[in-house]
Write a protein that binds this ligand. Structure first.
Ligand code: DX5
Ligand code: ZN
Length: 216
């Protein structure tokens, strides 16, 4: 299990310190929520902030683009230092082309699906995806409640990936807590994103241990 803390719930006035604290606590990934105020109602940060963050740590930048027509910005996020770029299937007309353009940059590629978006959408893309992100809330804000039917969706995706003989990772994002982490991992999740249920419970090394214990 990989825990990818969502920076959306960190103290943005101390961004560099937060990144260093995650690294010191033993985290390997950090989840960057990019929002454009159009695909989702909220606005967060973009490539210049990621460029600055890149200088502060060597965490794996798990970059979740909640933006319309993400194909316009793949190069900018790759240049900023994203290690993985995740685009929403609902935000681009030509998903295969967008995914291929991420891989061409030598960056890992992922597709995110909103809770109501069927798994069929990514069925034929699985061989070229490093990860599928199943949204377990409607994207836009931290601190929302996990949508229960998403647990079945994780199980179905796991079966699809196994049947395809693919190595694609499954990530979940939204309402993930130390209480539901174990069930999610047993259902097939590889990467847990957690915002409020992580940053709200320092120290971070202890919180990581709590998540790990919940998933063992
Ligand atoms: C929601 C974001 C999430 C969010 C998760 O749109 O994509 O990454 O920060 O926050 P929690 O864990 O608080 O639901
Ligand atoms: Zn996210």
């Amino acid at each position: 299990m990989i825990l990818s803390p969502s920076l959306l719930s960190c103290d943005f006035s101390r961004l560099a310190d937060e990144l260093k604290a995650l690294e010191a606590a033993g985290l390997k990934w950090v989840h960057l929520d990019v929002m454009d105020g159009l695909f989702v109602p909220n606005i967060t940060f973009g490539p210049p902030i990621i460029t600055s963050m890149r200088k502060e740590c060597s965490l794996f930048f798990d970059t979740h683009l909640m933006i319309e027509k993400p194909e316009r910005y793949i190069d900018m996020f790759a240049d900023a230092g994203a290690d993985l770029i995740c685009v929403h299937a609902e935000a681009t007309n030509h998903l295969e082309r967008t995914v291929a353009s991420i891989a061409e940059r030598g960056v890992q590629c992922a597709v995110a699906l909103n809770p109501a978006t069927p798994l069929e959408t990514i069925k034929y893309l699985l061989p070229q995806l490093d990860m599928v992100l199943l949204m377990t809330v409607n994207p836009g804000f931290g601190g929302q409640k996990f949508i229960p039917f998403c647990m079945d969706k994780v199980r179905e995706l796991k079966m699809m990936i196994t049947a395809a003989g693919s190595k694609t990772l499954i990530q979940v994002d939204g309402g993930v807590t130390a209480e539901n982490a174990g069930e999610l991992v047993h259902a097939g999740v590889d990467v847990l994103v957690s915002g409020s249920a992580f940053f709200g419970y320092p120290p971070y090394d202890q919180r990581l241990k709590t998540f790990e214990a919940a998933c063992s």
